[in-house]
Each structure stands twice: as C-alpha cells, then as structure tokens.
Design a protein around this ligand. Structure first.
Ligand SMILES: Cc1cc2nc3c(=O)[nH]c(=O)nc-3n(C[C@H](O)[C@H](O)[C@H](O)COP(=O)(O)OP(=O)(O)OC[C@H]3O[C@@H](n4cnc5c(N)ncnc54)[C@H](O)[C@@H]3O)c2cc1C
Ligand code: FES
Length: 344
C-alpha cells in the first residue's frame, strides 16, 4: 500500500510505494529533493519530518543521520521508506539552482599543487553559457557512464576556465591512471553544476568554514565570491592538512585578509615537526578550542567524510544548529553511477 507525503511549505502531496525510497517517489512525481551520493552518505537529501516517521531497511540508519537526529525528525530521503503517512519540510530544497548540463571541455593545464595534489584547469567551450553557485561541483564523465566528482575552485566561469584541485588516490581510475598523463587540449566530458554546497546569504551569521585536503577548493570559490562584498559575514577558515608544505593555497588565502570581513585563517596540521608553531591535531577539535559556543554560527564543512561526520557530532555538542550546517563530503565513487541532470 502506498503512503502519502504532505509537503509543509507548498501543501503538495506525493505517494511512496512500499518498495521505493522517498527520493525515488518524489522524483517520479516531479517533486524536487536535491541528492548527491544516493547511498545515505552525504546528507544532501536530508529532509525534516514534521509529522509521522520514516524507517530504513533492516532498521539501520544511514551514515548521514545520527540516532539523535533521527529522533528529531531528520531523514535521508534517498534511504527512507514509509509505513504510514507523513508530513515533511523541504525548506532546504527550495533554492532555485542553475540547471545541470553536459558539455565537452578541453584541458588547459595540469600541474602539481603540492605532493599528491594536482591543479587541473579546464577550458570551457566559447559558445556554451556556464552558470553555477560558487562551491558547487562537477562530474567528469567516462565513456561507460561512470562519473567522478570534483568541486570547482572558481567563483564563476567568466574567465572561460574552471579550476579543480584533485587529490591523487592510490589505484584511482581518474586521479592516478588518467590525470597525470592528461595533455593540454585533450577533451573531457563534464556535467555541471551539481550539489548544494554554496553560501546561504539568508543565514547571515558569522561563518566557520572547515576543510580537509582538497576540501579547500569549494571554500576558495565561496570566499572569492565574497571578496570586497559588503554582505560578507565574519569568516573563520580552518584548513586541515598533514605538513606545512601541503598548504598549497596558504599565501593566496592570507592575501584575502583585508578583503573579507574579520577574516581569520587557521591552518591545522596533523604531521608537522617541531618547527611548526601553529595549530595541530584534528581540525574540528581546533574549531571547538577557539569557538566553544557555535550556536550563533553558520558552518560549512568540506572534505573527508570522517571529518564531516565527527565535526557534525562535535559541533552539535558545542551548540551548533543543524539548520545552519552545510557539508560536502568527498565520498569515493568507484561504483557510483553518473548523476542524472534532473537530480540537481
Ligand atoms: C561531491 C564531491 C565532490 C568532490 N570533490 C573533490 C575535489 O574537489 N577534489 C578531490 O580531490 N576529490 C573530490 N571528491 C572525491 C573524488 O571524487 C573521489 O576521491 C574519486 O573517487 C576519485 O576518483 P578516482 O577515479 O581517482 O578513484 P576511484 O577509482 O574512484 O577509487 C579508487 C580506489 O580508491 C578508493 N578511494 C577513492 N577516493 C578516495 C579517497 N578520497 N580517499 C581514500 N580512498 C579513496 C576507492 O574506494 C577505490 O577503492 C569529491 C567527491 C564528491 C562526492
Ligand atoms: S545521503 Fe541521500 S543523497 Fe547522499
């Protein structure tokens, strides 16, 4: 028997069959719920259940939903199923984002940013208009339909180029087997823009931005879009890396000091020797040492899924409000199929 979902904001309804997830049912009936990983890992499809409750296969909560969040009515639409009628809030899915499109770009340059990280610059076709929100990502599409996701490190595409920061993954089909040998002029098929990681102007709260590794790329895009912008809230940026020589963007980030509001940049290193006199350890713990009360902040997390999971839990202990926490988890994608343009 199908169950009914009422959407709080619009009064619309849709129906979920027993064998399908809320996300599948919504998509089938033309209701937009943003999604990325579709295996419960990233939190992009998170909805708020305001009446009734959802369940999951084998009673097993998806990675992106903690026990306490489940009790508070947060649900991952890509995994959640129904045994009764419910009402949901889709407030976080109502932003109108640029439509995803597929296009062919050419490699402009590939260079090492630091050990294990590459800067890949792509040249967009001159006759295609490309629009995205700073912080969103793209998919590089393979001939077999598989895709690999990388965040765009630019604030916009006015230069006709897109910059990606790519961490080399041992055995990686793209980052190790293909990327180092790419030549200028080679074609890559792309799908963009995707994802929900972008600055929410409406929040207007001091921002705490936390990145690990190449998670700095979309944060760079967001912060570049806020340079010399009167709407910029106070910004604290924490960047977790291993050693000082990995901080490949540090100089550029430091150069933003006078162009962002009350900007504070804290690199946090996990494997620095005794010459390093800056912050050490886990980046999320450093945030809580510096800002023990996070109740008034908007929080942007990007990079390792483990960091994001731990940061979410820890920050909530420090008062952070889930409604103002945004995350882009760099999940692995060896088996993830290409994202359909309609899903964005
Ligand atoms: C929304 C989104 C945005 C992303 N943006 C970026 C970005 O800007 N920069 C970036 O460097 N990465 C980013 N990633 C992560 C990147 O897409 C994956 O690491 C991707 O799988 C690498 O592709 P590959 O073909 O080289 O490796 P694959 O062939 O996918 O993987 C090879 C093997 O390595 C494992 N593996 C894959 N990725 C990792 C990893 N990160 N850590 C440890 N083991 C891994 C796989 O499980 C597999 O066994 C993003 C991911 C998502 C979901
Ligand atoms: S958790 Fe549902 S799309 Fe990622």
């Amino acid at each position: 028997m199908a169950h009914r979902v009422d959407i709080k904001e619009t009064g619309e309804q849709f129906w979920v069959e027993p064998q399908e997830s809320i996300l599948q049912a919504a998509r089938r009936q033309g209701v937009r719920i943003h999604s990325d990983c579709e295996f419960g890992g990233c939190g992009t499809c998170r909805i708020q259940v305001t009446r009734g409750q959802v369940c999951y296969e084998d009673d097993c909560l998806p990675m992106s939903i903690a026990d306490e969040e489940h009790e508070q009515g947060h649900a991952a639409a890509c995994q959640a199923r129904l045994t009764g009628d419910i009402e949901i809030s889709l407030a976080s899915h109502m932003d109108v984002l640029p439509q995803a499109q597929q296009l062919t770009a050419r490699v402009h340059s590939v260079e090492r940013a630091c050990q294990g990280i590459w800067r890949l610059v792509l040249q967009l076709p001159a006759d295609v208009a490309v629009d995205f929100r700073p912080g969103q990502y793209l998919n590089i599409l393979f001939e077999d339909g598989r895709a690999r996701s990388f965040s765009m490190a630019n604030a916009d595409a006015r230069s006709g180029r897109l910059e990606l920061h790519v961490r080399e993954v041992e055995g990686g089909r793209f980052t190790q087997a293909r990327l180092p040998g790419l030549q200028a002029g080679e074609e890559l098929r792309l799908e963009l823009p995707l994802g929900l990681f972008y600055w929410r102007k409406r929040d207007w709260r001091p921002m705490v931005m936390v990145a690990t590794g190449t998670g700095i790329a979309p944060i760079k895009a967001i912060l570049e879009s806020l340079l010399d912008n009167d709407d910029c809230p106070p910004v604290s940026l924490y960047w977790g890396m291993n050693r000082p020589e990995d901080l490949y963007l540090a100089q550029e980030i430091e150069s933003w000091a006078d162009r962002l509001c009350e900007f504070r940049f804290v690199p946090v290193l996990s494997h620095a020797d005794e010459r390093w006199d800056g912050a050490r350890g886990y980046v999320q713990q450093q945030v809580c040492r510096d800002v023990p009360d996070l109740s008034e902040h908007a929080i942007y997390l990007c990079g390792s899924p483990v960091m994001i999971e731990q940061a979410r839990a820890l920050f909530k202990e420090h008062g952070a409000d889930e409604r103002f926490m945004y995350a882009d988890a760099f999940n692995f994608q060896a088996d993830a199929p290409a994202v359909e343009a309609s899903a964005a």
